[in-house]
Design a binder for this molecule. Structure first.
Ligand code: SF4
Length: 653
């Protein structure tokens, strides 16, 4: 059954333990620990991936010293309170034959806030500022340096004592070990700076402390094969560093990722988004490392499908593939591949919205396509409906698709109605934005779930309240979505004014000089501005927020801001649309209230958000059956909320 993936499903020996396959969930923050302690929710999360067939799970970072707290609730391995939780995770993974390792971590200067919300006393190899968080650290005093080295050893003892198979030291992404290695950050005059030997000393001491603590268990090291940061470590430097450590013989594998937390351009690679980053784009860095090192190499970076992982392995670019977001999106990925059910895999689209997007907001991670992720304690198993009912779902956007699939899986007789000829709703439009083609995968994946669940689908069918009353289904789920918000401003009749969606679909053409008024500050304003600029228009992007893309995940937004710059789009932040005439658009500054005029304008393009399409709600007010609203029909937001509400209503109806 695994003949399609001979490399992916071949075992691999690491020191004295064997991985059953080459599929790894790499360390990633989940925000599922509570008050710095791993517990039931995190164990359930990893159990799900282990049961889904992963060969190796690396648990997220655990701080090794009080000064390592880079988020309020990150796991701390600084005392024994973490041990029961790690034991729970170890048991959960081992039950399915999955090897499990825990990361040990110190961020150094890559730190935003102390637990109480004040600016922390940040430490680094030297007092070298960080560009992204605007942190000026202190040079790490030797006393604290030694405490941190000891902390790595003691943390390793706790994790492996709890039953983990080893630990991974995080020397990637510009974190503390990297800050010691980097000659453009480390300017120390003592034995921890200067030559490569000096800059390696801190990391070597940490590794020795860990080896002493863990005996024969695994020690891996995560590194950035290239920081993609002007002052970060470069690939030739990383090869030299890794070769030196490989020669010491203490490490059992190298996990190669890319990027750096220290700059916006480097941080994008922590979770590279759709648009501009090919699948497995980090793999060539793995190959270079593999050629230079004696120990196995793991690579990560948008390896979204088993077929892509198999190619990476067969090209000799890695020994193990990190498929982290791939398994946030589909925890059963490995089993589906092994059982020749790869066509059932829900492929990650690289939107970053609910996984790292949630983490950056301090909330438990999830997935816009699979909201069960991160909510395993509540949604891991579908419970059969106590009494099968007839369910009508009105609207075939992402929320309607999910609600219909889940309701049907639970035993209801479900029919989904969509008034257009195609399922997908606004997601069909979103995939037409520049760099957002992968977003269409959301529809493809949900539609596959819908078909597998046996939902009856009627497209080109606009359902009326009279029909509902006549046929009398037991339950009606309204998922009728939203339409572009209409705005009333002076001068609309005098000017050439278009809606963003009409420009994106090519239904309307803008003139040569365009102002985009972007209230929502999401993908749409950025997308339409990019499209118009690529068409040769002069574009002024006037946004109501602090910057274009203000409301979207930063690794999606930041490269897009770079593209705006390269395309010559003029960005005007903090403005409120006030009026328009034949060649001028009038704005007000959102804080001063002062006027701001854009002159010589041919076309004003409106990206002003949406309003609900929910007429059926009032018409069904006295309907005797169940009526539920989900998604934009309930309140205009994004696909994530629509799919989650589809899951919620489908699970309870
Ligand atoms: Fe992938 Fe988006 Fe899901 Fe994150 S939220 S796992 S990027 S599909």
């Amino acid at each position: 059954m695994t003949s399609r993936y001979p490399n992916l499903f071949s075992p691999l020996k690491l020191r004295n333990i064997t991985l059953k396959n080459r599929i790894c969930s790499t360390g990633h923050d989940t925000c599922l620990a509570t008050h710095t302690i791993p517990g039931e929710a995190l164990a359930a999360y990893h159990r799900s991936r282990a049961e889904g067939g992963a060969g190796l799970i690396v648990i997220e970072v655990a701080g090794v010293h009080e000064s390592s707290r880079y988020t309020a609730d990150m796991i701390l391995a600084t005392d024994d309170r973490c041990i029961p939780g790690y034991r729970q995770i170890a048991d959960a993974c081992h039950d399915s034959g999955c090897v499990v390792i825990g990361q040990l971590f110190h961020p150094g200067r890559e730190i935003l806030a102390a637990p109480g919300g004040t600016a922390p006393v940040a430490y680094s190899s030297s007092a070298t500022p960080n560009e992204r968080f605007h942190v000026m650290p202190r040079e790490l005093p030797k006393k604290i340096l030694q405490e941190i080295v000891t902390g790595f050893g003691e943390g390793a003892a706790r994790l492996t004592g709890a039953g983990l198979d080893g630990v991974e030291i995080v020397a990637s992404h510009g974190y503390l070990p990297d800050q010691f290695l980097n000659p453009r950050v480390n300017f120390r005059q003592d034995e921890y700076g200067g030559s490569l030997e000096g800059r390696l000393r801190f990391l070597r001491e940490c590794i020795s402390a860990i080896r002493e603590a863990v005996g024969d268990k695994l020690i891996g090291m995560r590194i950035s094969g290239d920081s993609f940061d002007p002052d970060g470590l470069r690939r030739e430097e990383m090869i030299e560093i890794c070769a030196a450590l490989d020669g010491d013989g203490e490490l059992d594998y190298f996990s190669v990722t890319a990027g750096s937390s220290a700059t916006l351009s480097g941080s994008i690679h922590i979770a590279a988004p759709m648009g501009g980053f090919d699948n497995a784009y980090v793999a060539p860095l793995g190959k270079v490392m593999r050629e230079a090192l004696s120990k196995p190499v793991m690579v990560t970076g948008r390896i979204t499908l088993p077929s892509i992982a198999e190619e990476v392995l067969s090209r000799g670019e890695a020994d193990i593939c990190g498929m982290t977001r791939a398994m946030i999106c589909d925890p059963e990925l490995a089993n589906k591949a092994r059982e020749d059910r790869a066509d059932e895999i829900r492929e990650c689209i690289g939107c970053n919205q609910a996984c790292i997007g949630h983490m950056h907001l301090g909330y438990p991670i999830s997935c816009i396509q699979y909201p069960e992720s991160g909510r395993e304690l509540k949604y891991r198993r579908r419970l059969a409906a106590p009494k099968p009912r007839t369910v009508w779902v009105v609207g075939g956007g992402p929320g309607g698709l999910k609600a219909a699939a889940v309701s049907s899986e639970r035993g209801h007789a479900v029919t989904l109605f969509e008034k257009s000829d195609q399922l997908g709703g606004q997601a069909l439009l979103a995939q037409r934005l520049p760099g957002r083609a992968d977003f269409g995968g959301l529809v493809t994946n949900l539609e596959k779930e819908l078909r597998r669940a046996g939902v009856a689908v009627q497209t080109k069918t606009e359902v009326t309240s009279a029909q509902i009353r006549a046929e009398a289904p037991d339950a009606v789920i309204l998922a009728t979505g939203a339409r572009p918000r209409t705005v009333e401003i002076p001068g609309l009749d005098e000017a050439h004014v278009l809606r963003a969606w009409d420009v994106i679909t090519g239904k309307e053409r803008a003139g040569k000089s365009v102002v985009v008024a972007d209230w929502r500050c999401d993908w749409i304003g950025l997308g339409v501005a990019e499209q118009l600029a690529r068409d040769g228009c002069r574009v002024r992007l006037c946004v109501n927020g602090m910057m274009p893309g203000h409301t979207i995940q930063q690794y999606v937004r930041d490269p897009w801001l770079g593209r705006m710059h390269e395309l010559g789009v003029e960005v005007i932040p903090l403005v409120r649309l006030h009026g328009v005439d034949s060649d001028t658009v009038y704005f007000q500054h959102t804080t001063s209230g002062g006027p701001l005029l854009c002159e010589d304008v041919d076309t004003l393009v409106l990206s002003m958000g949406h309003e609900s399409v929910c007429e059926l709600e009032a018409e069904l007010e006295d309907y005797p059956g169940v009526v539920k609203l989900i998604g934009d029909c309930l309140c205009p937001r994004t696909a994530e909320e629509a799919v989650l509400e589809g899951l919620e209503v489908g699970s309870t109806i």
